[in-house]
Design a protein around this ligand. Structure first.
Ligand SMILES: [Zn+2]
Length: 108
């Protein structure tokens, strides 16, 4: 998969070029959005990383529950969009997710 396709930002349509220090496959876009990709078995790593990056306060009861943690992320004003699924030969299927702090202002 080409970079232009894999790292295309869902918000600004730019291509994220800044490689982030991450245990996942991650890059940051110039608009502030962050893409994090991991193998299907490592989903929780993506969620954990997003919580860390955006300093999301999670509910105690969410611990260990990916779906609830993602709710916490969205409640903290972080938008989540699904990115591409990459299945290059010889690697597990990677799913990419995008996170961005929603612009401050009334919700539309
Ligand atoms: Zn962007």
């Amino acid at each position: 998969m080409r970079d232009e396709e894999k790292w295309k930002c869902p918000w600004c349509e730019g291509v994220a070029t800044t490689v982030r220090k991450s245990i996942c496959d991650s890059r940051q876009c110039d608009c502030g959005a962050i893409a994090i990709g991991a193998g299907e078995d490592d989903w929780d790593e993506v969620t954990d990383e997003a919580i860390g990056v955006f300093k999301v306060k999670t509910r105690p009861e969410s611990a260990g529950w990916d779906a609830m943690l993602r709710e916490d992320i969205q409640r903290a004003g972080i938008e989540i969009r699904k990115g591409v699924t990459a299945s290059d030969l010889g690697r597990p299927v990677y799913q990419y997710m995008w996170f961005r702090r929603a612009p401050i202002g009334p919700r539309t």
